[in-house]
Design a protein around this ligand. Structure first.
Ligand code: TRP
Length: 394
């Protein structure tokens, strides 16, 4: 089976990346043909104003990939922007992808608003408009089949339109001040390229005719869109692309030090590049059950992010003991975190050493990328010949 996945170079990797996707990639290297791509053009969709930072991030990410077990002898490791054929297929796919597939893509609005902290604005408008939309729909001079679906659709679109209007200055500007957002923030990701993000991702997958795509659950809509684009192309010009399947890991979201999903932007992540001391500090500051204030208080392990780690990190044979002792109060949070630290260091220590080793030899990285890119390009070139021939253009 041909497997392909990619990651945007946003810098050093944390535990969430490993348990969310990379562990899966490493395992898939055995017995499959694996391609792992540095999605640097994708990084440009949001970081185009700081493009000079991308090369450093590419290097950091590659060091972590290899330290974590992505093996250049087993996998094709390559860089998106070096395979220019992606750009040509992106153009062709852009012609056949209906705009609505992109606008309705749930990750589009989510990401756009998340990055810009516009979620509140979106929620606020929706809250204020819902009743008005209901009244409006009830008065429509047309026969309505599905009131609820129509209401949701209108609410989404009116909210979006009003957010635009706000940034264009048609509404009271005080709202912007209150929420501390600016016109510039909004238009940073209000670009053609950002909307087309999943089209480029479909190219990444389909140009190699990959059958399986190991990703985190947040990427499912993108893989689904790749399938739709493949179907559309095949329908229009004849069978060319297989429909790729997403492969999910078992570990769902990993909690960060504050209990929320581990993420660079929440500042709650443990990095593979962190020193032992940094990791110790982070682990000891981990959020735990807020009702367990001191040793002796009964804890609720199922609510506790530290216990979540025990489940797959520390010695499994002691799991039950930890659970019972937390519940009874015998085990305090400080000792419990020490256990977590021990388990975590079992994993991190050898990786940290490998990371340092690779860092020392980072002069080899360009060669690794170049040889991977060469292999990837050969396939991309062949696919493009087939595409041009079927399309009868180019
Ligand atoms: N969008 C993916 C992410 O943010 C990265 C990505 C780019 C990707 N191209 C891909 C993932 C192709 C899988 C296949 O994580």
């Amino acid at each position: 089976m041909r497997v392909l996945s990619g990651m945007r170079p946003t810098g050093r990797l944390h535990l969430g990346h490993y348990f969310g996707v990379i562990k899966n990639w490493v395992e898939l290297q055995e017995g499959h043909e694996t391609f792992f791509m540095v999605a640097d053009w994708h990084a440009l969709t949001t970081a185009y104003k700081k493009s000079e930072e991308i090369p450093k991030n590419v290097e950091e990410m590659l060091i972590d990939w290899i330290a974590l077990g992505i093996d250049p002898n087993k996998s094709v490791i390559f860089q998106q922007s070096k395979v220019k054929e992606h750009a040509e297929l992106f153009l062709i796919f852009s012609m056949i992808t209906p705009k609505s597939w992109l606008e309705w893509n749930p990750t589009y609005k989510d990401t756009k608003y998340n990055i810009l902290k516009l979620v509140d604005l979106d929620l606020m408008f929706k809250g204020g408009l819902r009743d008005h939309v209901k009244t409006f729909v009830a008065k429509l001079p047309y026969k309505v089949e599905d009131f609820e679906a129509l209401e949701e659709h209108l609410l989404d679109n009116i909210t979006e339109a009003l957010i635009h209007a706000l940034f264009e200055g048609y509404l009271d500007k005080e709202i912007l001040k209150e929420l501390n957002v600016s016109k510039r923030d909004f238009y940073d990701t209000d670009t053609y390229g950002f909307l087309g993000y999943p089209v480029l991702q479909a190219v990444d997958i389909l140009i190699y005719k990959a059958e399986a795509v190991p990703v985190g659950e947040d990427q499912l809509p993108h893989v689904e869109l790749s399938r739709e684009i493949a179907r559309r192309f095949n329908g229009l010009y004849g069978d060319t692309f297989p429909e790729p399947q997403a492969l999910l890991t078992e570990t769902p979201r990993l909690p960060g030090t504050d209990g929320r999903k581990m993420s660079k932007s929440y500042n709650n992540a443990i990095y593979f590049a962190d020193t032992e001391e940094e990791v110790r500090k982070k682990v000891m500051s981990f959020f735990t059950d807020p009702q367990k204030l001191r040793k002796g208080d009964p804890g609720r392990p199922h609510l506790c992010p530290v216990f979540f780690y025990h489940k797959f990190l520390t010695y499994p044979y002691r799991l039950e003991e930890i659970e019972n002792d937390c519940k009874s109060g015998k085990l305090g949070c400080v000792d419990c975190k020490r256990l977590m630290l021990e388990g975590l260091e079992n994993l991190l220590k050898p990786l940290r050493e490998r990371r340092e080793e690779i860092y020392k030899n980072k002069r080899n990285l360009p060669d690794i990328i170049e040889s991977g890119t060469k292999k990837a390009r050969e396939i991309a070139i062949k696919t493009m010949e087939e595409v041009r021939q079927k399309l009868k253009v180019g």
